[in-house]
Design a protein around this ligand. Sequence first.
Ligand code: UDX
Length: 440
Amino acid sequence: MKISVIGTGYVGLIQAVGLASFGFDVTGIDIDESKVKMLNNGVCPLYEDGLEKLLKKHVGNNLKFTTSYEETIDSDVIFLCVGTPQDKEGNTDLKYIFSAVEMLKKHFQSQKWLVIKSTVPIGTNRLLKERLTGYDIEIISNPEFLKEGVALKEFLNPERIVLGFDENDSSSKEILEKIYKNFKEKNIPFILTNYETSEMIKYASNAFLATKISFINELSKLADKTNADIKTVAYSMGLDDRIGKKFLNAGIGYGGSCFPKDVKSLIKQFEYNGVVPKIITATNSVNENQIKWFFGKIKNYYGNINGKTFAILGLAFKPDTDDLRESAGIKLIDLLLCEGAIIKGYDYIKQARENACNIYKSNASKPFHGSNFYVLDNLYDTVSNVDGIIITVEDNKLNYEDWSNIFNLASEKIIFDGKNILHKEKVEKFGFEYFGVGLK
Ligand code: UDX
């Protein structure tokens, strides 16, 4: 069976490399020539644990990349993994989906199965089916639930496979079960349903997780005022199986390419259908305020931050990724820069540091147009001579740093931990003044 994967971003690249590792003949297609060139040379354009190694193993064997949609002619199955960004109002912009389908249409000469992995609003798969009336093609909805940083591991061991079919489609189930045979053998649950249910599962999952985070974040503000300890609250709540431990870590809000965009899109989908969303709207607004609230805490402490220097530890939206999209660290940097602060930024992931340099066109020796943002390649240089250390990523590696040395290097011994990741007692023992999110 020949497979094409359209789009080589975080979703498409994992899908292409992952399916090649199952032994399929895979062609990855992307309009970005330089990316295609890199991939054919075995170089991964994005950072994801284990991905480059697997890419190198399969590229040139049963995996290749091209910019030509013509190469899809002899593919039986095509996975559509292009981006679905949000427009100015927060709606999902489907322009990349539609333009990919237009390009594909030119090469539909035999029967094909088009699998939509991109996150699309409820109703999109049916709309595509209608647009392709007259072609010998089946559309299947197959949302992905991968977390960046562990995406390859999760691709190989998913928690569930969701497939949405058209009611009259009798061939796709067998094809998809063949592709995902490994998962069937591992008894991973398959949810076979209609398009709309499949599409909603994706939004419901992301919005629910985002809501858990906003829930605990809202409580953290009350904890801050009342001497309650949000970490102990979350831990105790999590011991109740019905609640569960995960996604109850209070902090400066969720970021990334999915939660903020999908929550906003879901709100728009409610509105479009004439239903008033209340919980999801609150999830979004709590998240948007959380970073401002934390910034307010920092400002209150210093009074005036103009001219103060801060170390920001964490540039990407979470650990083990180079992805800066909707990163709370970057949002905080922007707020601090606007009030005249000087920022020294650091991230454990080199590619995240490079991406931050690209955003601000800055590096350690040359700030951009008088901007006060510097990216450093070493954590200890980053914390030297600063007026405060601000943690913006929940990376446990931070607990293994030499905090006694950091204490000596920093001018002012103050930590604002926006992710409650540091062991408070430990850093306080070294003499730091420590502020977390909703801690006693
Ligand atoms: C998410 C979903 O988890 C995944 O299933 C979906 O396919 C894509 O969106 P991802 O964006 O990679 O994955 O990151 P995730 O690990 O879910 O974290 C999202 C954000 O929430 C991060 O900014 C993280 O820092 C934050 N977060 C997470 C919290 O603030 N508290 C928590 O308890 C958990």
